[in-house]
Design a protein around this ligand. Structure first.
Ligand SMILES: [Zn+2]
Length: 464
């Protein structure tokens, strides 16, 4: 008894962690750890990963569940408390708006400095900057000169300057969407890519459709040496998705810094008044309008209803892809999983609430399109690595290792599945059990925890 007591004194008292996650199946793509472990958290970081018994002031019983790094979404348009809640319930601990972005980076971060449910960040967006410089009358996306007027040399210089200013203000990187800005000349796009190259920042591009669109973006990147990230290859590629993945594979093999992403749905969504919809459907044969669905009613559009809804505006569902193309995009080792979450005025695309659970449930468990470890890699390590050259904070995310940020997602691999649909896009998934952001639970036992805001700003640093 005395000897035992002396031993305890000699070894020191065992640490009491802020919280412990016990007996979960830990899966970490970076270290390839794939085994039952206990994890101790202290001060918002991972303090220990061990087979030994540990204790903490708070305990999460993870028996039977997978413990993964928190999911990182590189393409999340909704950046509000409402959408951060959807993302958390889908296992996301960091949601970044890197395609549309913002035109005022400092203001964007200031609006959120009180803290959010999950980590957040934004790009300086060519679309938004162009709307400001060209005095576009649209609110969300360009509808007038921002889309349809060519910029003068002075305006191009202004656009490039504002993008550089945004990066210096801490934008994660640069966003662009060529179909939203059809009047932007090659000269203008080159000016934007040159900023990306000089600042060593990836440029996330919604390319023009198909192989032709991808080749255009690859040529711009080639000419300027800008790092390129092609967003939603599934909806940009449709039937050409496999050929486009081949092109990206070849570009990477020849040493170019090119990455891509996909979301697991065979229909897209965007604003009916945007040039992406208007340029395609305004003069299309009437029967093609049936590709479009109006979410509040579920009706397929015809010429009359298309023109009527275009006058009021709102998101429209676009049924143009097929399930085999989606499966090919999700299973490819090249793709990062990113939701392209879209939510506006209380409605949106089901991918907003279901992307990550859908990949885990449908594509991993039900159809075996990819392994669980590969799926987790596409949701954690790959997005972190895409950004970490410019965003040092990302080196502490997307991994479960001692010292990393305690951003952790714990799910039931047997039940995890999305529930959101085009009719009911806000339904949260099942099987996402616990979600921890900087050490704090934002989802516990499958339910959102209210009144917590542990999420921090994710920012880029200017290239030296
Ligand atoms: Zn897009």
């Amino acid at each position: 008894m005395v000897i035992a007591l002396l031993l305890v004194l000699q070894l020191g008292t065992p640490p009491i962690y802020d919280r412990v996650i016990l007996a979960g199946h830990v899966m970490d793509p970076a270290s390839k750890l794939d085994a039952v472990r206990n994890i101790g958290l202290s001060g918002g970081r991972i303090a220990v990963i061990t087979t030994h018994a540990i204790s903490g002031r708070d305990t999460v019983d993870a028996r039977g569940f997978v413990v993964a790094p928190g999911f990182i979404d590189l393409h999340a348009h909704g950046q509000t408390p409402e959408t951060y809640r959807f993302y958390a319930l889908d296992g996301v601990t960091t949601a970044l708006e890197l395609e549309l972005g913002t035109s005022d980076v400092a203001a964007w971060y200031r609006e959120r400095e009180g803290g959010e449910r999950i980590n957040y960040g934004v790009s300086i967006g060519h679309i938004k900057v162009r709307m400001a410089v060209m005095h576009d009358s649209g609110t969300r996306m360009p509808v007038s000169d921002g889309a349809y007027r060519a910029a003068s040399p002075a305006e191009i210089a202004d656009i490039a300057q504002r993008i550089e200013t945004g990066l210096r203000a801490g934008a994660v990187d640069i966003g662009a969407g060529f179909p939203y800005t059809p009047a932007a000349t090659r000269e203008e796009l080159l000016a934007v890519f040159r900023v990306a190259a000089r600042m060593k920042t990836p440029i996330h591009v919604h390319i023009r459709p198909g192989v032709v669109g991808l080749k255009e973006a690859l040529a711009l990147a080639d000419e300027t040496h800008a790092p390129l990230h092609v967003v939603h290859i599934n909806s940009a590629g449709l039937a050409e998705t496999p050929a486009m993945l081949e092109l990206i594979n070849a570009a990477r093999a020849s040493g170019r810094d090119v990455t891509t992403e996909a979301y697991p749905y065979d229909a897209g969504m965007t604003e009916i008044t945007s040039s992406v919809i208007q340029d395609v459907y305004k003069n299309a044969p009437d029967e093609r309008l049936a590709e479009l669905e109006w979410p509040p009613t579920g009706e397929r559009l015809n010429r009359e209803s298309f023109e009527r809804y275009a006058r009021t505006g709102g998101p429209v569902v676009i049924h143009t892809n097929t399930e085999p193309m989606v499966a090919a995009a999700i299973a490819s080792p090249l793709t990062i999983i990113a939701s392209d979450a879209y939510w506006q005025d209380g409605t949106g695309h089901p991918r907003t609430a279901g992307t990550f659970a859908r990949v885990l449930g449908r594509y991993v468990r039900e159809t075996h399109a990819l392994s669980l470890m590969d799926a987790i890699r596409k949701m954690t390590l790959m997005p972190a690595q895409r950004l970490e050259a410019r965003v040092p904070a990302m080196r502490q995310k997307g991994r479960l290792r001692v010292g990393a940020d305690a951003d952790i997602t714990i799910f039931d691999p047997v039940t995890v599945i999305d529930r959101s649909t085009y009719r009911e896009p806000s339904l949260s998934p099942v099987g996402i059990q616990h979600v921890i952001v900087n050490g704090v639970s934002v989802v516990a036992n499958g339910q959102a925890v209210e009144g917590v805001a542990p999420g921090k700003a994710v920012r880029g640093v200017a290239a030296r």
